[in-house]
Design a binder for this molecule. Structure first.
Ligand code: ATP
Length: 569
């Protein structure tokens, strides 16, 4: 079916490979007029559910960010896929995909490089392009970020962001000000992310430039709780992380509430967003019989995640990840707090002041002597940080600290280390983050695939996309039975009137009326309005519904409200 859908997508302007005039480039796609409208509607629907209904706010950050951001976030070191190169044709392949595509093994991504290399040899895997054996070829890490130079010269390397999330995390010091230093609060962003995928494939499912819709919900892990009661009855299909290599897998049909109670979903916050997500996928037309949540295995989790679930949709017998739900804990904000000069913490006010023990060192280290030069102040700062984090470091005669890239051994007695009781009104904490991260292109492909259908009408096969009216690229097709005797003008006026009510309308007067219905069925237009002779007499039109093909006669004046109501369900 993928072939038919991709052909339809190309022919009817949903999506197609970019720069085809110059031979095309793998992993880059254009959304045509239908696709761009569908994508925008999916984004609007996502924005409504994950942002507006939850009371979160949206930002728009740059797609290029400087190198230190990705040093701190861990992407420079660990955002890698496994690459094996064919010695004959030079084509690069994702080593874990080669294994997963050609064996029963499903989690090669979680394996170490050496094991993956051994499996390629053991299963005698060949290059998919030229059939050369790949046994013995080195398997290497390949970093997925696109690098660029910011400004002339190479002094300021930058990277195209591999996820929109970092654009939110890095701005946390300003965003917390906006939130008046109060947790919890959520920030969303819909924007482009870039990954230099080793082998882009499955049309828009694995590409090098794609749109993510991400929510970063900042919480105090000790005091903030999600409104679980709102989703506790939502039914979900969970796919067992433990048994997933069995032939049939291990499915559990349960509710969010029960899954939390049984400890199957570890984080209440992740559970909450799985429930919100479930309702949303259903709302936009993902087939719930071809949808599941799958928990990551420990080795499969991203470098930042402590509990992670994927929303997966079935497409042509394969399960495709369409959303990642991650409990990112304080990973990102702690890193940026440490690597930057800004404060990524929030002050947690106690209900009542508390008496606490505070470890301090003498802030003035000038008496350390000239051998420490200008480093004295940095050493004092490092010692203070160490005192707060680990007082046992001061148990011996000498304490060792790193300051300004050097290591210093300082006699403890010289540090002025002391522990005293003080009254505190609160403390600085690094917020935790829960993140639903949606790939808009994959969701779009899923709703198209799940909406694609053929049936028979009046002895002819028709292709239809039974897209939900909320996201269908066009809401109404308006046709005159024929463009004569005033029917054309009336139909064009009706189209203009419907557009003025914010509806997406297409006017069509070419070909017989059956053909025009088929054309709209094929791109998923849920309603068609036809002006005929009878309607000219009594100001009525026929309104046809796509899936049932049923037609009713309605007054022209009622049309805008009627269609708007039908669209919003
Ligand atoms: P995969 O394992 O398929 O490479 P991932 O686990 O790396 O995906 P995340 O980092 O969790 O993906 O990204 C969040 C979402 O972004 C994914 O659920 C997916 O919908 C989307 N996404 C990630 N990589 C791509 C890509 N190369 N092309 C299209 N969408 C993508």
């Amino acid at each position: 079916m993928t072939g038919e859908l991709v052909e339809l997508a190309k022919r009817r302007g949903f999506f197609f490979q970019s720069s085809e005039a110059y031979g095309g480039v793998s992993g880059f796609y254009v959304y045509g007029p239908q696709g761009a409208a569908l994508k925008r509607n999916i984004e609007d629907s996502w924005r409504d559910r994950f942002q507006v209904q939850e009371g979160h706010r949206e930002i728009e950050a740059p797609t290029v960010m400087p190198e230190p951001v990705f040093e701190a976030s861990g992407h420079l070191d660990t955002f890698d896929d496994m690459l094996v190169e064919c010695p004959e044709c030079g084509e690069s392949h994702r080593a874990d995909h080669l294994i997963e595509d050609n064996t029963d093994i499903e989690d090669a991504e979680a394996m170490p490089l050496s094991e993956v290399g051994d499996l390629i040899a053991e299963y005698d895997l060949h290059c998919p392009s030229c059939e050369t054996p790949l046994a013995g070829e080195p398997v290497e890490d390949f970093n997925l970020m696109f690098e660029t130079d910011i400004g002339p010269g190479s002094g300021h390397p930058g990277y195209l962001r591999p996820e929109t999330a970092q654009g939110i995390f890095v701005e946390f010091p300003r965003l917390k000000e906006y939130a008046r230093n109060q947790l919890p609060f959520g920030i969303t962003q819909i924007g482009t992310a870039y990954r230099n995928e080793i082998s882009p494939r499955k049309s828009i499912i694995r590409v090098r430039e794609f749109t993510q819709a991400e929510l970063e919900h900042f919480i105090d892990p000790e005091t903030d709780e999600p409104p679980l009661h709102r989703v506790e009855d939502v039914e979900v299909t969970l796919y067992s992380a433990v048994e997933q290599n069995d032939d049939d897998g291990d499915y559990l049909r349960t509710t969010i509430g029960e899954a939390v109670e049984e400890g199957i979903i570890a984080s209440d916050w992740v559970a909450y967003y799985l429930g919100v997500g479930q309702e949303w996928y259903e709302r936009i037309g993902v087939d719930m019989d071809r949808f599941r949540f799958r928990q990551h295995l420990a080795g499969e989790r991203a470098h930042y995640a402590s509990d992670c679930w994927d929303a997966e949709a079935e497409i042509d017998g394969d399960w495709i990840e369409i959303t990642g739900y991650a409990y990112r804990s304080d990973y990102d904000l702690s890193k940026h707090d440490k690597y930057s000069d800004e404060d990524f913490t929030i002050f947690r006010q106690y209900d009542e002041p508390k008496v606490v023990e505070r470890a301090t060192v003498d802030p003035d280290m000038s008496y350390l002597g000239p051998e420490f030069g200008g480093a004295a102040a940095d050493i004092a700062e490092a010692l203070q940080t160490l005192a707060e984090r680990d007082r046992t470091a001061f148990d011996g005669d000498v304490v060792t600290v790193e300051a300004d890239g050097d290591t210093y051994a300082i006699p403890v007695e010289k540090t002025g280390f002391s522990v005293e009781e003080v009254k505190e009104s609160g403390e600085h904490i690094v917020p935790h983050v829960v993140e639903p991260s949606i790939g808009i292109g994959r969701v779009l492909y899923t709703v198209l695939d799940h909406a694609y259908d053929t049936d028979e009408i009046e002895g002819e096969t028709r292709t239809r996309l039974s897209l939900d009216p909320e996201i269908a690229p066009t809401t109404v097709g308006v046709f005159p039975l024929m463009d004569k005797d005033g029917m054309g003008e009336t139909a064009r006026d009706i189209a203009a009137e419907l557009r003025s009510h914010g509806l997406d309308v297409v006017y069509d007067d070419s070909g017989n009326i059956g053909r025009r219905y088929r054309r709209q069925d094929e791109v998923g237009t849920p309603f068609c309005v036809t002006v005929d002779y009878e309607g000219l007499e009594d100001d009525t039109v026929t309104l046809r519904e796509r899936d049932s093909t049923e037609q009713v006669r309605v007054a022209v004046d009622d049309l805008p409200n009627l269609i708007a109501d039908l669209r919003s369900g």
